[in-house]
Design a protein around this ligand. Structure first.
Ligand code: NAG
Length: 295
């Protein structure tokens, strides 16, 4: 064999070496350097609910009808609660309740205004929490170092701290008793949690199951659900009353779980935010039903 042909063979072998060993390695490193584009939502948003799925599994029988339905205290008490709520909400927008349309729809309009005028979602959360606080009297008077309403302060000292399980059950019951006009038909049920989750109490009657949340459905806005209900209500119970609880909405059915005796987690919040803006949002970041709502 001539020297020339030997070197050609060596070169061929060398080329094969390059192709068979180095090419896969370099391709692999190239892919690692330039990873495939990540999906828009991290695995945390695996349960992302797009705009077409919102409300698709509602129970038609669970719809709240103001004419025929009322909470356990009757329609007059419901109306009184509504008017009290309207006064507080209007005041937080620096207006009077009369300057809005009447009834529940007018109340939703107040919340939409709060959402529309707020510079950040945190402002909505803070305003809504303050509204909840304003519904309670400063009696017995709270000590001067507390900024909370007296009733809430003393509830924590006298009940929530010494009797946490009792307080969880009692608050589940009071919410069932007083808030059906706001959220629709609800039932008390036994709460079971995943192993490893801390729960105060045995779970009995610590779950308030809302069948078809009227507030979410009428407000028709994910941001309204998260920033004017879920987060401020959790802060209200956990921090202002000292009662552990978390809220888990289901955007496909408009069901909602109020779990008393369990603390909220970051995941709960991410999950609740993993939804498209719904048609009624005052400032939807995007009308695209497949994109997560900005706030
Ligand atoms: C809750 O559990 C108790 C027993 O611990 C049982 O008697 C009761 O029927 C349960 N309630 C519901 C609504 O399932």
């Amino acid at each position: 064999m001539s020297r020339v042909s030997r070197s050609v063979m060596t070169l061929t072998n060398y080329t094969w070496f390059l192709v068979s060993i180095l090419l896969p390695i370099s391709t692999f490193s190239f892919i690692s350097i330039f990873p495939a584009p990540q999906p828009r939502f991290s695995p945390l948003y695996s349960s992302f609910v797009n705009g077409f799925e919102v409300g698709k599994d509602v129970d038609p029988l669970a719809k709240w009808d103001e004419e025929t339905m009322s909470g356990p205290l009757g329609p007059r008490a419901d109306k009184l609660f509504l008017e009290t709520f309207r006064r507080s909400l209007a005041a937080s927008n620096l207006r009077t309740p009369e300057s809005y349309p009447p009834g529940y729809d007018g109340m939703i309009e107040m919340v939409h205004e709060t959402l529309r005028t707020a510079t950040t979602p945190e402002v909505v959360v803070a305003k809504s929490r303050a509204t909840l606080n304003s519904l309670f009297p400063n009696f017995p008077p709270a000590p001067p170092f507390s900024s909370r309403a007296g009733l809430l302060y003393w509830f924590e000292v006298l009940f929530a701290k010494p009797f946490p399980a009792f307080s969880s059950k009692m608050n589940a019951w009071v919410t069932w008793w007083a808030a059906q006009w706001l959220m629709g038909k609800s039932e008390l049920d036994n709460l079971t949690v995943e192993p490893g989750t801390n729960m105060v109490g045995d779970g009995r009657n610590q779950l308030l199951q809302i069948k078809r949340c009227r507030y979410l459905e009428s407000g028709s806005c994910a941001s309204l659900c998260v920033n004017s209900c879920k987060i401020p209500t959790q802060q209200f119970f956990n921090e202002d009353m000292g009662v552990k609880m978390r809220i888990i909405p289901d955007y496909k059915t408009f069901e909602c779980r109020f779990e008393f005796g369990v603390e909220p987690t970051e995941e709960d919040e991410e999950e609740a935010r993993a939804v498209a803006c719904i048609s009624g949002c005052p400032n939807p970041k995007s009308k695209d039903a497949t994109v997560k709502c900005g706030d």
